[in-house]
Design a binder for this molecule. Structure first.
Ligand SMILES: [Fe+2]
Length: 375
């Protein structure tokens, strides 16, 4: 067990409760270790911590526009890498057809988030339909393919050499946020039996990032049944029931949906704004220096960010102080709307991410300047 130097105290003019009752005219900044779980301090600044006039050098926030990425691919292995490190690989895939071959990821579990589209997934475990907002968790080694009724736009998040798990819900118990009974699994149904045939099928296996092709003289998705506690699972983001407090702005970690050893996936879904007059209503300024933070914007209006539209990704590397954009800053303690209407997927990685060339090609380089004028 880790032991930290631990000595909570208050110095000068400060609130005793984080994210609430700030000294008049101040801006709160959190500096924390271990995501939002380790030692932390809250500093009360006279100026917004993102009120810089210039920013030079390699440490900078990035914004990428996935809607500007190239055409569709029939295999997810042809989808471009966007961000990666040894523990996670993030890609964006468009598919507008029936996949002509099966695929199998031997490098790690794959989490597929359906940004747009509708269709059918056929895999070792049977048949499952998908639609926008779905998470499809595909265990490492599963053979699968999709048939698209409407073009699929998907974020692919590979837990490299690792497995996805569900978070510990702690004080609020295992049925909060979503009940594990809400996870759908594939069925051995009529549609699954109908796709079984004796024609030649190829399986494109990805291992160490390289593709091998296994050819069968029949469709290997030929199971007549299965039992166990390992399968593809599906849950739609709209079925999540977010935690919130009317008196306290919860950190993003309260919205953890899946996790692996070196990163977590959080889901932001609509929730009421805090109603306590002293409670902050927008994310606090922070340095989350132990993590790189990635957000994929799926739908709605992103209340704390300007100039961001659905299909965009932002990357805030560890060491970069960030917080609400100037427009959102006006609403720290007062919101015109009763609730947020944003849907977004957050990926927080314990190790620094690399930006792949495909992401650089669709980067909005002005993002770093979008905090200017935060006074
Ligand atoms: Fe953050």
């Amino acid at each position: 067990m880790k032991r930290y130097v631990h000595f909570p105290r208050v110095e000068g003019q400060a609130s005793r409760q984080a994210h609430a009752d700030l000294p008049a005219g101040t801006f709160e900044r959190e500096i924390s270790k271990e995501g939002f779980f380790g030692p932390a301090a809250h500093l009360y600044h006279r100026h917004p911590p993102t009120g810089w006039v210039n920013f030079e050098g390699p440490l900078r926030p990035h914004a990428f526009d996935c809607t500007k990425l190239g055409g569709a691919q029939t295999s997810p292995w042809d989808a471009p890498d966007l961000l990666y490190n040894a523990a996670v690989r993030v890609r964006f895939w468009r598919c507008d057809t029936h996949m002509p071959a099966l695929v199998r990821n031997a490098d790690g579990d794959e989490l597929l988030f359906v940004h747009a589209g509708r269709g059918e997934l056929f895999c070792d475990y049977g048949h499952l339909s998908f639609e926008a907002g779905d998470y499809l968790l595909i265990p490492r080694g599963t053979m699968w393919r999709v048939e698209c009724a409407e073009p699929l736009h998907a974020l692919l998040i590979e837990a490299t050499n690792n497995s996805y798990r569900l978070p510990d819900k702690g004080l609020v118990g295992p049925h909060a946020i979503f009940d594990a009974a809400m996870l759908d699994t594939p069925r051995i149904d009529e549609a699954f039996r109908e796709q079984q045939d004796e024609k030649e099928w190829r399986v494109l296996v990805k291992r160490h990032g390289r593709i091998s092709t296994v050819t069968y003289p029949f469709n290997p998705l030929d199971a007549v049944g299965w039992h166990g506690d390992l399968a593809v699972v599906r849950i739609n983001m709209r079925d999540l029931r977010p935690l919130m407090s009317h008196r306290y702005h919860l950190p993003p970690s309260a919205h953890t949906t899946f996790l692996a050893d070196r990163f977590v996936i959080c889901s932001f879904v609509p929730r009421p704004f805090e109603s306590d007059p002293g409670a902050m209503k927008v994310p606090f300024f922070h340095n989350n220096d132990d993590y790189d933070e990635v957000i994929f914007y799926h739908a709605g209006n992103f209340f704390s960010r300007d100039n961001i539209h659905p299909g965009m990704i932002t990357l805030h590397p560890g060491g970069f102080t960030h917080g609400p954009h100037p427009k959102a800053l006006k609403n720290v303690f007062q919101q015109a709307k009763p609730a947020t209407d944003e849907y977004a997927v957050m990926i927080d990685t314990r190790d620094a991410l690399e930006v792949a060339p495909a992401a650089s090609a669709v980067e909005w380089t002005g993002y770093v300047d979008s905090w200017k004028g935060a006074r």
